[in-house]
Design a protein around this ligand. Structure first.
Ligand code: DAH
Length: 339
């Protein structure tokens, strides 16, 4: 039996040495060391051996198995190396072949304005907040002190999903969401998409963008609002930009104002961009209404705040001299790559 094992060892070593590839090597391995392999069969036959012979043969079989495994591993590594070498030699890459040109796009004018405004306010210590576009009427209207008969709540003006869920008509609901979850001091801006049931024309789109701002702390006054907006207007539209406030009404601010900026194309003389006015309407703003603070769990006796909101398209159009809003949404690369 020992002799039989030695013969098997020699034969298998020869086969391993001659194996041409990994597949063949694997087959040989199964043939000798597998569950029904030759060496295993010998082991099974040991029952017929005498008590003296058994440990000797057992030891031999173990030695042979270890040796064969060692040989298999060695050969396996060698074959892997050879196969890799063969692939490296045959699968060469022609580095002189001309490449396919990838067309790089440009940042959309609306995104450019958002990024610029974000940079300005981040520089003034603001944080960027976010809120859902599919919003509850509770946040879009009720928390913001908009009465049940406020015209903006009309089915004609706002996209209703259910009676109390809408596509937000303004970024202002983010104010309420932030005030509910953060304690003052609060200094945030929130850029985002808003929706209104408007027909498409040169200055209207049912989907557009706004940026909301909110500051709440102790002793915040209208002068802080004016100073902040003046600083913003100068940084965004040019150092010589002037700003003026006109009284207005928003349910969520008291007092409320609209702010205009001096036309940054003609400097205030009157031109096509400002339609001869010298001023361009920029945004809505005001001091946060005490009811809004109270609704959101902030004591208006202790804290005060200001808020503002403006349309991104309006700024992009004025800044880049775009006369028709529809151009911003048509995704014509020839148009967009100019900016
Ligand atoms: N949400 C207003 C709108 O869509 C804009 C606005 C006005 C936002 C005054 C404000 C604000 O935060 O204080 O017309």
């Amino acid at each position: 039996m020992q002799e039989q094992i030695e013969v098997m060892k020699k034969a298998s070593m020869l086969e391993i040495a001659n194996a041409k590839d990994l597949k063949q090597l694997q087959d040989i391995k199964v043939q000798y060391l597998g569950k029904k392999g030759k060496l295993t069969t010998v082991l099974r036959g040991m029952g017929g051996l005498s008590a003296e012979e058994r440990p000797i043969v057992g030891k031999l079989v173990n030695e042979v198995r270890d040796r064969l495994e060692e040989e298999f591993t060695k050969k396996e590594k060698q074959l892997e190396k050879e196969e890799l070498q063969k692939r490296l030699e045959t699968e060469n890459i022609d580095v002189t072949e001309p490449s396919k040109k990838t067309k790089l796009g440009s940042i959309h004018p609306i995104t450019q304005v958002i990024q610029e405004v974000e940079a300005i306010f981040l520089g003034m210590g603001y944080q960027i907040a976010d809120g859902p576009e599919v919003e509850k009427t509770f946040y879009n209207f009720d928390q913001l002190n908009a009465p049940a008969d406020h015209p903006s709540r009309d089915l004609q003006d706002t996209f209703y999903i259910t009676e109390d869920i809408i596509l937000r008509s303004q970024t202002s609901p983010v104010q309420a969401r932030v005030m509910e979850t953060q304690k003052p001091p609060i200094k945030i801006i929130c850029p985002g998409t808003v929706y209104r049931s408007d027909a498409v024309d040169a200055t209207h789109s049912p989907v557009f963008h706004q940026i909301e701002g909110l500051v709440v702390d102790k002793n915040i006054a209208m002068t802080d609002l004016k100073g902040t907006l003046e600083m913003f207007a100068k940084k965004c539209l040019g150092e010589n930009t002037k700003i003026r406030f006109r009284p207005h009404h928003f349910p969520f601010t008291e007092p409320s104002a609209e702010a205009d900026v001096s036309c940054f194309v003609c400097g205030g003389k009157g031109c096509r961009v400002c339609k001869g006015e010298g001023w361009i309407e920029l945004l809505g703003c005001g001091m946060v209404h005490p009811n809004v603070l109270r609704n959101c769990g902030i004591d208006p006796e202790v804290y005060s705040g200001f808020a503002f909101g403006f349309g991104v398209e309006r700024i992009a159009m004025a800044k880049f001299g775009i006369e028709d809003m529809r151009l911003l949404y048509e995704n014509d690369v020839r148009f967009l790559k100019q900016f």
